[in-house]
Design a protein around this ligand. Structure first.
Ligand SMILES: [Mg+2]
Length: 386
C-alpha cells in the first residue's frame, strides 16, 4: 500500500501592522501599532496551514523583531522544510531546532501553521492533537496600560460593568517605585473586591527597588507581580519568591523548557507565564507546562499580544491543560483596531472561548490582510486588478 502524504510546497510570510486602540504603555516601550508576522504553508494536496509569530515593542521586549522573524523563516526555516512530509510535525520541529539556534518566535509561527494544516487534513481541532480540550472557555485578564491612572480606572470600571474582564494586569516600572505602588493602590482601592489586580514590571526594577516594590504592592492588595527584575537575575527572583506573600511570576525568564527547568529548580518563581511564542511553539510550550506542573507551580496563559490567529492557536493548547491557576491574558485581538479573522474570537462573561473548527480554528479575512499588510497590499491589489 502506498502512503500518500502531502508535502510542504510553499511557505509564505506577510508582515501586518495593525494600530492599537490606545497607546499601550510598557516599562520599555509605548506601543501604538502591533506588528504580526503571518505564515501560510501550502501542501501538495491543496491544504493550507496558517500561523503567527509576534513580539512586543519591536526589539525592546526580546531579541527577535518582526523583521528578524520574517527573515529567519524566509531564509533558513522555510527552505529547510520545503518538500518534507507535511504530517511530520515533530520531524520538522527537531530539524529546525538542529539548524536554527534561538529564534523561537519564528519557529513558533511555522510550527503553528504545520499543526493547523495537520488538524485540517485530519478534520480535528489542534487541541485534539494534544489529547483533547478539557475546557471550552478560560478566564481572561485585561491589561491596564494607558499610562494614566484616571483612564485606567474608567477602563477597569467599564470592563467590570460589561462583564468582559474582572482581572486586571497593570503595566508598571516606568515611574518610580513609590509612584507605581501609589498607582496600583489607587486602582485596587477603586475596584475593591469586584476585581483582582496584578502587575507586570517587565524587568524594570533592581533587586533593591523590587524589595520595596513587592512590600508596597502586597500591602496594596495586589496578588501577583510579573518579572520584577531582569530575566537573568535568577537568584534575585528566588529571593523575592521566598521573601514575600505576593506571587512572583516568571515571564521573560522563560524561553522554552530548558529555562523552565532551571527556574523551577532554583525556586525562582511561584507561577509560570506560559507563552507559546516565547517557548518556541505549541509543542515546546506543552513541555514548559509539564515542567511547571511537575514542580507544583501555578500556571498562567500568557500572550505576546497576538492577533486572533495566534490567540486561537494558544487556546488550542491552553484548553487541554488541567488547571491554569491564574487564568489567561489572551486579549490580544481586543487591543487591535482591526480584526483579521473572518470569525472573531468570542469574549464574554470574563472568559475567552475556544474557537470552533478544525486546525487552530481560525480563518483569515483576506480583505483585512490586504489592508494591514506592510508591503503595500492595497497598492498591489489595485495593480493586479487594473
Ligand atoms: Mg509579561
Amino acid at each position: 500500500m502506498v502512503k500518500n502524504v502531502p508535502n510542504i510546497d510553499l511557505i509564505e510570510t506577510t508582515i501586518l501592522d495593525i494600530p492599537t486602540i490606545r497607546g499601550h504603555v510598557l516599562s520599555m516601550a509605548t506601543m501604538r501599532t502591533q506588528t504580526a508576522v503571518l505564515v501560510e504553508i501550502r501542501f501538495s494536496d491543496g491544504s493550507v496551514g496558517i500561523g503567527e509569530g509576534t513580539t512586543i515593542g519591536g526589539l525592546s521586549y526580546g531579541a527577535e523583531s518582526p523583521e528578524s522573524i520574517r527573515s529567519a523563516i524566509d531564509t533558513y526555516i522555510g527552505p529547510a522544510l520545503l518538500g518534507r512530509e507535511g504530517d511530520d510535525v515533530n520531524g520538522a520541529i527537531q530539524l529546525v531546532d538542529k539548524l536554527v539556534k534561538g529564534n523561537r518566535i519564528a519557529k513558533t509561527a511555522v510550527e503553528i501553521a504545520l499543526w493547523d494544516g495537520l488538524g485540517k487534513r485530519l478534520g480535528v481541532p489542534v487541541a485534539q492533537l494534544f489529547g483533547g480540550a478539557v475546557h471550552d472557555r478560560l478566564p481572561v485578564a485585561w491589561t491596564l496600560a494607558s499610562g494614566n491612572s484616571e483612564t485606567d480606572i474608567l477602563e477597569a470600571q467599564e470592563m467590570i460593568e460589561t462583564r468582559r474582564h474582572n482581572v486586571f494586569k497593570l503595566k508598571i516600572g516606568k515611574q518610580s517605585v513609590r509612584e507605581d505602588v501609589a498607582h496600583v493602590a489607587r486602582i485596587k482601592q477603586t475596584v475593591g473586591d469586584a476585581a483582582r489586580v496584578r502587575v507586570d514590571v517587565n524587568q524594570a526594577w533592581s533587586l533593591d527597588e523590587a524589595r520595596w516594590g513587592l512590600k508596597g504592592l502586597q500591602d496594596a492588595g495586589c496578588e501577583l507581580v510579573e518579572q520584577p527584575v531582569q530575566a537573568r537575575f535568577q537568584r534575585a527572583m528566588a529571593e523575592l519568591t521566598s521573601q514575600y506573600e505576593i506571587a512572583v511570576m516568571a515571564d521573560e525568564s522563560l524561553n522554552g523548557p530548558e529555562d523552565a527547568l532551571s527556574v523551577a529548580a532554583s525556586n525562582a518563581a511561584d507561577v509560570f507565564a506560559i507563552k507559546v511564542a516565547q517557548s518556541g511553539g505549541l509543542k515546546r510550550a506543552s513541555e514548559v507546562i509539564a515542567i511547571g506542573q511537575a514542580a507544583g507551580l501555578g500556571l498562567y496563559g500568557g500572550t505576546m499580544l497576538e492577533t486572533g490567529l495566534g490567540t486561537a492557536a494558544a487556546l488550542q493548547l491552553f484548553s487541554t491543560v488541567e488547571t491554569l491557576h491564574w487564568g489567561t491574558e489572551l486579549f490580544g485581538p481586543l487591543l487591535l483596531t482591526g480584526e483579521i479573522l473572518a470569525e472573531p474570537i468570542t469574549y464574554r462573561d470574563f472568559c475567552v472561548e475556544l474557537p470552533a473548527g478544525n486546525g487552530i480554528g481560525a480563518t483569515l479575512d483576506p480583505d483585512k490582510i490586504a489592508f494591514f499588510r506592510r508591503d503595500g497590499g492595497r497598492t498591489m491589489k489595485t495593480v493586479v486588478g487594473g
